[in-house]
Design a protein around this ligand. Sequence first.
Ligand SMILES: [Zn+2]
Length: 438
Amino acid sequence: MQQVDQIIHARWVIPVEPAAEVLPAHSVLVRDGRITAVLPTPVATRDFTAPRIVHLARHALLPGFVNAHTHAAMALFRGLADDLPLKTWLEEHIWPAEARWADREFVRDGTRLAVAEMLLGGTTCFNDMYFFPDEVAAAAIAAGIRATVGMIVIGFPSAWARDTREYFANGQAVHDRYRDHPLIRTAFAPHAPYTVDDDALRQVAVRAEELDVPIHIHLHETAHEVAEAVATTGLRPIARLERLGLLSNRLLAVHVTALEASEQRLLAKAGVSVAHCPESNLKLASGFCPLAALTAAGVNCAIGTDGAASNNDLDMLGEMRTAALLAKAVAGDPCAVPAHVALRMATLNGARALGLEQEIGSLSAGKSADLMAFDLGGLRAQPVYDPISQIVYAGHRDQITDVWVAGRRVVEERRLLSVDEQDLLATAERWRARIDAR
Ligand SMILES: [Zn+2]
């Protein structure tokens, strides 16, 4: 008998890679936070023992979701301003609210709330863009979730930084502070082409190369953004980013609507990844990302929830289903983005977009044990012909019962082990009262 730290026996294991594979009656072995093997359960029980053994007789075990784009702290703005176009929503509601409220304490409390929601929904890694990324990192570490925090750059002052120089300096300090932490990575996060000038974008390209980190930017969120860019700069935003040296496999472009065919080819050729946020795009009527066409062109497409102010939840399971359904409607093709491809977008493609594909996103020996257990034993999931189809097209996040990050169990039978839920509820209510009183 060989010894490992933890053995998880499951009715099904869905490794994501190879594509569409479902392994009945398999077990995942974990040692030092990493997967050491995925084996048929009879082999695992014959050859291995562990101090911790988990039996998931009615569950599928799969990799945790990678939320490829969010603004976690905006969870405290959930429902603050709905049913508005992007420009009005941003300029008359969100930016003023951020100017008033988005200080260090807000980011700390908002991120704690978001992280709790994400963990309960099976998300084990998120890519964040917000002020005070040091607070985002601290909240992620406290809850035991993996995060890529954004070294934000934006062309106006905030409580986090006064000008471009300070945005870069403060971002660099966060990078230095967390560079060796196992759960935290950094990315440059220039907000959008229309809020960051050429000089700052050039600096982002150079510094991202030096630090070997991704670049995370909103790009082509609406046709209006593209038209305004042409009017003010003479260039479409993608052409401008190409000219400034930002189109590369470091770039994670968020939203990407209003695309010309030549731009799809350009993104594919440059190795750019896309973070598709279908529910935010639908709610703000931003436009449609041509997900099936981008995938066919070879672009790595991941899925993000965007912030809770424009979604209004951080539910990657729901987001994945919306992505799969919307892709079919946009392409006019029911075969576009089948269930197993949608699942891959929500896991392994997100990992790849963040440069973490060797570390997370699928279940294979050597990768970090970032896992979720999905209960398919209830009435709503019967009968189970195809577990992947059940999860993508009929699943609800309440069926996610257990979550592990780097082998640490952070959710057990739908209860958060790393977060004080009562304290968090009281904190959220305190912020609601403060913000409502204005
Ligand atoms: Zn966003």
